[in-house]
Design a protein around this ligand. Sequence first.
Ligand code: HAM
Length: 431
Amino acid sequence: MKARLKAAKGTHDLFPADAEKFAAVETVARRVFGSFGYGEIRTPTFESTELFARSVGETTDIVHKEMYTFPDRKGRSLTLRPENTAGVVRALVEKGIQEMPRPLRLWYTGSQFRYEQPQAGRYREFRQIGVELLGVPGPVGDAEVLGMLFAFLHALGFTDAVATINCIPRGPARAAFSKALQDHVRPHAARLGAEDLKRLEENPLRLFDSKDPEARPILEGAPKTLDFLDEASRAHHEALKELLVQGGVRFRESAAIVRGIDYYTLTVFEVASERLGAQNALLGGGRYDELVGELGGPPTPAVGFAIGEDRLVEAMTGDVREPRSLVFVIPDGPDEFVYALGVSNEIRGLLPEAIVESDYSGRGIGKGLGRAGQIARDPALHPFRVGAVHAVLLGSREREGDTVTMKDLTSGTQETFPRRELPERLAGRER
Ligand code: HAM
């Protein structure tokens, strides 16, 4: 036998039972984000490598060691997107963002790729659901995005979510903070590994990303971003906190959140879930007021977030899908197949929300009923969220008399009636 092929390391298949959960979460996203006026955008899965180097940042872990970068047949350097904000901004600048009415409200879902060490909740291909709001400079923009995020999380049953927020200085204040951080860490440099030493010199903020346990105690007494904010930034942060309190968004502040991407300015936030390991954030986001300008567009303030959809689905306990009634149509044998096709289609027309599965195994009514009974006893065996379960049994008697025999698998009752009575017999059985 030939060796079997396996999915590439860090990737996973979604079979219907899982894929249906992802689709249900995306349906809720579309409904909630749509109610705030956010429309979906879909950008390419690969972009020029330069886009990520210029936006995410050369010295970040993502660009430095996690990207899937390859030359195409003409030698251009391309990269599978590690995140979607850069692609969205590139698309807007390319299309002429200066002509577009503001604000711009966008959301997206799709695969992202990072060459990380796979573990629970961490994959090399993973999915994000993200949101970007462009053109609102004040804290009210951050508040809209965070409020909408919490509306979405609540709709999925995450009623205990708490955001951790911080504010990163910009401009000269950022340079002053970086310098203070370097001054604090340098005396301990001998205890740092090569990677952190590089961060210390090139991009000291990135030290907060360090996974080295030696670095942690050094950073504990480090200067705090909040102490370096200029007047306007401090006012932005204070006003945002007020708005979050008013909007019922639960949050706490943490100086340790700087995020692993360079484009952030001012507000940054994360939400963790207790149901995931402490290492794994459910989502992250923040303000990036300079990115549009850096990618060649007009100065445009912006704020957004991205949720790890795989982590979100793993952490969910409830089922957001509507239950759907399941009808098994079971012809006794091949002679009843044509009759069963017609009856199945008729029931689909009468119950558009129901799932109508026809059994064409030709194994007879008894065997077909076995599977129906199994699903009725344990609905989780079915990839959809199943409500009531019925079987429609079609033998030669039914075919010849143009009747159907319907069995309610929950109560066990069974009745034979003329096929033309299907509409009234099925009324109200959608779920
Ligand atoms: P990020 O923090 O790099 O931000 O990623 C957001 C979320 O994606 C993380 O919190 C996590 O849930 C999920 N995620 C990241 N890496 C993996 C992985 N290897 N496996 C599974 N899930 C993962 C961004 O991507 C920014 N673009 C967010 C943003 C949008 N900021 C402003 N707008």
